[in-house]
Write a protein of this length. Structure first.
Length: 129
């Protein structure tokens, strides 16, 4: 298992990329709404919106990783708690998956029968007396 610091760093990288993606989409829509051109900087995929999104998400990541100690402590505690989780092995996962599929099929058959019966009853006006 990797060290706690590696998982925390990985969390920050992945969350920064996800936040950057959201900011990039929001900024692209904002630029389009105000009819401003989103110029390509380093190719068609890296535009002004991408640069602004990278700066914003990077600033947020740096702030939460190095300046806001409460956020950093929270993420480290989450990683510590995840180390305590008893993850299921492949056989347990397979059995649980089969159980969910069979239970879902049984529930769908029962609900389908109820739907058919009540549909037949309402179509034949048997509820109106």
């Amino acid at each position: 298992m990797r060290s706690k610091g590696t998982w925390v760093a990985l969390f920050y990288v992945v969350s920064t990329l996800l936040v950057m993606l959201v900011f990039n989409l929001a900024l692209s829509e904002t630029f389009a709404y105000f009819r401003k051109e989103d110029m390509a900087l380093l190719g068609p995929r890296f535009t002004i919106c991408t640069l602004i999104a990278l700066i914003l998400s990077g600033s947020i990541a740096i702030y939460t990783a190095f300046i806001n100690q409460k956020a950093r402590d929270f993420i480290e505690q989450c990683v510590t708690e995840l180390d305590k989780v008893a993850w299921p092995n492949w056989n347990e996962t397979r059995v649980a998956t089969y159980t969910v599929i069979v239970t879902s099929l049984i529930a769908s058959v029962i609900l389908g029968l109820f739907d058919a019966v009540f549909g037949w009853l309402t179509n034949h006006n048997l509820f109106l007396g």
